[in-house]
Design a protein around this ligand. Structure first.
Ligand SMILES: Cc1cc2nc3c(=O)[nH]c(=O)nc-3n(C[C@H](O)[C@H](O)[C@H](O)COP(=O)(O)OP(=O)(O)OC[C@H]3O[C@@H](n4cnc5c(N)ncnc54)[C@H](O)[C@@H]3O)c2cc1C
Length: 455
């Protein structure tokens, strides 16, 4: 590859050189080369951030060749992996070992180091983001020296687990997992107002809760995931002779389960049908409200599934679109969604993708959106269409107004002065960064935007 383009296609860069090191010695050589050239260095994982976090015009490294599982500690349910391992490969390996991640986001294409660098999260008020599951990591600093960092390192640990790639190259990570488990997914469609009213009740009763709302409709989908010992199935979950026969046929003929098959159907629908609907709406924005109503009818259907945890947490890959997401105080979320709905109507904006509501437990990571408070992660998503910029700007202003903090892997435009106001440990992180990387070897436009106040 001669250039880099992120998943959404919005951010591109032309690095001076691109490397795929096999080991730490090769990474150290790239850093030495960048230092000698007077250029910057950066790592790209899967390139799935909507922000320009992984862009550089200096030396770009990708750690896909550093994807080994180094150690499995069954007693502690911990794994140590090389930083380039993709979450999807980790999930398979964990399943083989009788382990699983306690929580995951919607996809597992990301690299382990890339996912933790931006605070990637799933949903569940009793679960922190993936960075909080890190028990140790190894950081190669600008001078090529490596340092193993654990909770004994205090503030450095709080910074390095969610570091935006600003402190050095993460080469290995130890993650806390748990014994393998199955999840039961309950998906129920309902009017948005009912869903918003009932949110506190569900949050008390389910381990993982999320809500989708499709603008221009009054329909919301409520999702709950809970651990279960019941066997894998799709549908009402009661089995029955037809379903049993189908399961046996799928397993015997094609080595597939119903859950696998359903994921493939979802994948096809997203890739072909949903993508075509989005493109039609982009050409004719006046159709978007109608198309949303159609999608809500076809897609927002009640269902129950039971399956391996990662397969239930993860969704089929969505069509290309853009995302902005803010961590806001939990109690602010219902009001914000009502205000957003009113604003979309008032300004007659045409919004073609869901609003997503997820939850993350409070943590103490310096740059985490959930720092010091339980967080509702509120996401405004949209595929390219004329009102995208206005929609994101309005959404961001509303979130900042209630003390929102951006998801670093998604789009945000808040200036560094705003970020400084809402992130109590931003200054502390900047000081630590100055200490670890005084020559700003790992700097890029993304970090300059965030730390503009810090010189
Ligand atoms: C379709 C889709 C669905 C998504 N779903 C979710 C979701 O459910 N929840 C959620 O929270 N987010 C989600 N995201 C966002 C995604 O999880 C984050 O943006 C994540 O950071 C991407 O991981 P990556 O490996 O692609 O990292 P990249 O985007 O390649 O890089 C992200 C940052 O990590 C740094 N980095 C990467 N590797 C290293 C390393 N070894 N050492 C130091 N720094 C490093 C990069 O320099 C960069 O700053 C989704 C993204 C997409 C495209």
């Amino acid at each position: 590859m001669s250039g880099f383009v992120n998943w959404s296609g919005v951010h591109r860069c032309r690095p001076a050189a691109i490397h795929q090191p096999h080991d730490e010695a090769q990474i150290a050589r790239v850093l030495a080369q960048a230092n000698a050239d007077g250029l910057r260095a950066k790592v790209v994982g899967a390139g799935h951030s909507w922000s320009e976090a992984a862009c550089t015009d200096g030396h770009l490294m990708n750690l896909d060749r550093m994807d080994a599982v180094l150690d499995v500690d069954h007693e502690r349910a911990q794994v140590t992996v090389e930083a380039g391992l993709r979450l999807k490969d980790l999930n398979e390996r964990l399943a083989d070992e009788g382990l699983g991640m306690s929580n995951l986001g919607s996809i597992s294409e990301q690299s382990v180091a890339g996912a933790i660098a931006t605070g990637t999260h799933g949903t569940g008020l009793r679960f922190g983001n993936l960075s909080t599951m890190v028990r140790a990591l190894r950081l190669m600093r600008a001078d090529g020296q490596v340092q193993d960092i654990t909770q004994d390192d205090g503030p450095l640990f709080d910074a390095a687990r969610l570091s935006l790639g600003a402190l050095g190259v993460v080469t290995r990570v130890t993650l806390q997992c748990e014994r393998a488990f199955r999840l039961r997914e309950l998906a129920v469609g309902m009017p948005l107002d009912d869903a918003l009213e009932q949110l506190p009740y569900w949050l008390d009763r389910h381990e993982h809760v999320k809500l989708w709302w499709l603008p221009h409709t009054d329909r919301a989908m409520f999702y709950a995931f809970d651990r279960t010992d019941l066997p894998e199935t799709v549908g009402p979950g009661t089995g029955g002779p037809l379903r049993d026969a189908l399961e046996v046929a799928l397993a015997q003929r094609w080595g597939r389960t119903e859950v696998d098959l359903m994921a493939e159907v979802d994948h096809w629908v997203n890739e072909h049908l949903f993508d075509a609907v989005l493109k039609a709406g982009a050409r004719q924005p006046r159709l978007i409200a109608l198309l949303n109503a159609l999608i809500a009818r076809l897609y927002f259907i009640d269902r129950q599934r039971i399956g391996r945890s990662d397969r239930i947490f993860n969704l089929a890959m969505p069509p290309v679109h853009r995302e902005m997401e803010y961590g806001v105080p939990v109690e602010e979320a219902p009001g914000l969604i009502r205000d957003l709905r009113a604003l979309i109507e008032r300004q007659a904006m045409a919004v073609n993708f869901i609003v997503e509501v997820r939850y993350v437990a409070a943590d103490n990571l310096m740059l985490s959106p959930a720092y010091g408070r339980d967080s509702c992660q509120l996401g405004a998503y949209m595929a390219q269409a004329p009102d995208l910029d206005a929609y994101f700007a309005a959404f961001e202003a509303m979130c900042l107004n209630v003390g929102g903090r951006p998801h670093w892997g998604k789009e945000f435009r808040a200036p560094s002065s705003e970020l400084k106001r809402h992130l109590p440990r931003l200054d502390e992180f900047a000081a630590l960064r100055q200490h670890l990387d005084p020559g700003k070897l790992f700097d890029n436009g993304f970090l300059r935007r965030i730390f503009a106040q810090h010189g």
